[in-house]
Design a protein around this ligand. Structure first.
Ligand code: GGG
Length: 359
């Protein structure tokens, strides 16, 4: 029997769900970076278990993930997901279902989606003022609750009803999370609703914001309807700090914030259970991009930066900062994939990031 080390490395159990399309490519890239930083930093170990769920699993077994997939994941310290979906092979609502179920069953109510510009990566906007914002997406209820029904299916009078569910508890906790996040940043919070037209759900959001604001008097607040928000995020993106919205609005806005910062391929995300009772889930914001799957040209930065968010959540803040710095340095040295105007492959950018971990 070996002698136990006086200072054993902390060990974290990570479930990998690479998924479909470019998912496995960006997960492999992230794993390479995480393993390199783990070796370099010392003091922690990532024990990764891979679950090959998704379309290939469906084609073999008739289900995207096994029935007990939540039970299998629950004991892990974190889940790392690549991307899901390949609509030409299977309708998207089937491949997305396990992701939505994880968020709801594990109560991962805070989806944190930072978007920033990087020196060396050109964005599509004329202004060169840096963008540095975080979209906080309510992740457990709202428009993504599986609540509705279909009638007269297949007839000309077909009816589909889908109801959104917004609870006071759900709105209060995401608002508090966002206020507290704003306090760690530039102390600005923008709440996105459509309360002029949706006069029950989003009026509740308005009420909660008004009730909570006096307790966070040091945070400047702004309210925008979703339509105005899409305009203002293009016109004056540098003025936004923390942007909070419902499940659907957060999903939509985080694609927009990917676009205005240069590429959706750059943006990481964390689906957090702030109570830490269940494993939190980390994933790039982008989807499976079937059009470029298998070509080795996907931008791995969003996934690698999601890996950094995971390290930070696990308490490895120094390693997380090392990864973020290496990605920024690779970009400013001109190491770019095709989506951001370069020629590097997924592996090429990954190698350049790893090279800069100790810079
Ligand atoms: N990287 C995760 C992914 O594949 N996202 C695709 C998608 O459509 N997600 C919808 C959602 O985040 O709710």
């Amino acid at each position: 029997m070996g002698v136990p080390s006086a200072n054993p490395a902390k060990s974290f159990r990570i479930a990998l769900y690479p998924g479909d399309g470019i998912g496995p490519e960006v997960v492999d890239a992230t794993l390479a970076v995480l393993q390199a930083v783990e070796q370099q930093a010392g003091g922690f170990r990532l024990e990764c278990t891979r679950f090959d769920w998704g379309i290939a699993h469906y084609e073999r077994h008739g289900v995207v993930a096994p029935e007990d997939f939540l039970a299998r994941l629950r004991g892990f310290d974190a889940v790392f997901l690549g991307a899901v979906g390949w609509p030409a092979r299977l309708p998207d609502h089937i491949t997305l279902a396990p992701l939505i179920r994880m968020r709801q069953a594990f109560d991962l109510y805070a989806c944190v989606r930072p978007a920033r510009t990087f020196p060396g990566v050109a964005g599509p906007l004329r202004s060169d003022q840096p963008i540095d914002l975080v979209v906080v997406r309510e992740n457990s209820e709202g428009e993504y609750v599986d609540n509705g029904g279909a009638f007269a299916t297949g007839t000309p009078g077909e009816i589909a009803v889908q109801s959104a569910v917004h609870t006071r508890r759900g709105v209060e906790r995401i608002m508090r999370f966002s206020f507290e996040l704003a306090r760690t940043r530039r102390r600005r919070l923008t709440m996105i609703t459509k309360s002029n037209a949706q006069r029950y759900a989003y009026v509740l959001w308005d009420k909660v914001l008004a009730e909570m604001a006096p307790g966070f008097a040091d945070v400047a607040i702004e309210k925008l309807h979703i339509d105005a928000a899409t305009l203002e995020l293009v016109r004056r993106p540098h003025t936004f700090d923390v942007v909070v919205g419902s499940n659907l609005f957060g999903d939509i806005l985080s694609d927009l914030t990917g676009g205005i910062t240069g590429s959706l391929g750059l943006n990481p995300s964390a689906n957090l259970d702030p109570s830490r009772r269940a494993p939190s889930l980390f994933e790039p914001v982008h989807g499976s991009a079937p059009d470029i799957a298998g070509q080795g040209i996907a931008n791995p930065a969003g996934a690698i930066l999601s890996g950094a968010m995971m390290l930070e959540w696990l308490g490895e803040a120094v390693a997380a900062a090392t990864v973020r710095r290496a990605v920024g340095r690779a970009f400013s040295d001109g190491c770019l994939t095709p989506d951001i105007g370069g020629k590097l492959t997924t592996t090429g950018l990954t190698t350049e990031v790893i090279r800069r971990l100790d810079a």
